[in-house]
Design a protein around this ligand. Sequence first.
Ligand code: HEC
Ligand code: HEC
Length: 288
Amino acid sequence: MSKKDVDQHSGTETTGHEWDGIRELNTPLPRWWLGIFYATIVWAVGYWVVMPAWPLVNGYTHGVLNHSQRADVAKAVEMLKASRRASEARLSKAGLTTIQNDPDLLQFAMAEGKAAFGDNCAPCHGSGGQGHKGYPNLNDDVWLWGGTLGDIQHTITVGVRSVSPDTRQSQMPAFGRDGILKDAQIGDVTEFVLSLSGRSADAKAIARGKKVFADNCVACHGERGLGNRAFGAPNLADRDWLYGGTREDIRSQIELGRGGVMPTWGGRLSPETIKALAVYVHSLGGGE
Ligand code: HEC
Ligand code: HEC
C-alpha cells in the first residue's frame, strides 16, 4: 500500500482492503478511548507491584502489600473459634441433661446442632428432619432405635448398619428374594400386617398370615407387631411407615428385607458436635 487512499464520502483514509467494491475505512480510535486504554495499562503495572499477581515456578509474586485473602479468612476463623472456645469447653464437659437445663448452653448447642444438621444430615433426613421413604422422620415420636437423648447420641455416634464396630445392627431377611417364604405365604402375611393397623383384609388370609408371622417375624417385630428397638424393628401396628404403608409397599419390604444405612459420625464429627446434634434432634418434637 504505497499511496494513501481516502474515501470520498467520509473523507477517512481506508485500509486498502476491498470486497466487491466495498472498502474498509481506517477510522482512528477516539482520544478518550485511547486515554482510558493507556490508563488501564498503567494501572495494571501498578497492580503487579502492589498486589499478588504473577504465578512463578514455586509460588507467586506477593506484591509490596503482601495481601492474602486466605490469611484474612484464617484470621476470621481463628477469631470465631476463640469466641466460641469457652462455650465449646462447657459443652464438652456437660452431660446431655445438664445442657438441656442450662439456657445459655442450650442455646449454643441448638445453634451448633442446627448448623451441623444442615451440613451433614439434611441430605438424607430433609432440612427440617422430616425424612422421606427409607429415611426416618426425626420430628415425630416414632423411633426405630430409641428417642432419649442418650439413644439419639448413640445412634449418631455409631450409625446404623455402618462401618463402626459398634454400629447398630440388624437385618430383616429378604423373604421373597431369597425364597424363604412362598408367594402365597407372603400374600397372607401382608394381609396380616395390614390388619395390625386396623385395616380390613380377607379374614382367611389373615388367619393364615398370622401363623406365618408367628413363625417368621415375631423374633424381631414382637408377638403383636409392636416392634423392638433392640433390633431397630419398626412397630407394624401404627400408622407410621418407613417404607410406605400401602399393600404393595408392605409386600415389597417383606420380599426384599431392606435395611437402611446411616453413616457412623463418631470420628468424623467432634464429640461436642454430636452432643449438640443430639440435643437439636431431640428438640425437633419427638424427644423422649
Ligand atoms: C446417608 C444418609 C444419612 C445421613 C447423611 C444421615 N442419616 Fe440418620 N439415618 C439414615 C437412615 C437410612 C436411618 C434409618 C436407619 C434404619 O433404617 O434403622 C437413619 C437413622 C437416624 C436416626 C435414628 C432414628 C430412629 O428412629 O431411631 C437418627 C437419630 C439419625 N439418623 C440422625 C442423623 C443425624 C443427626 C445425622 C447427621 C449427623 C444423620 N442422621 C445423617 C440415613 C442418614
Ligand atoms: C431379623 C429381624 C427381622 C425379622 C425376622 C423380620 N423383620 Fe421386618 N423389619 C426388621 C427391621 C430391622 C426393619 C426396618 C428396616 C430398616 O430400618 O431399614 C423391618 C421392617 C419391616 C417392615 C417395614 C415397616 C415400615 O415401617 O415401613 C415390614 C412391613 C416388615 N418389616 C415386616 C416383616 C414381616 C412380615 C416379617 C416376617 C415375615 C418380618 N418383617 C421379619 C427386622 C425384621
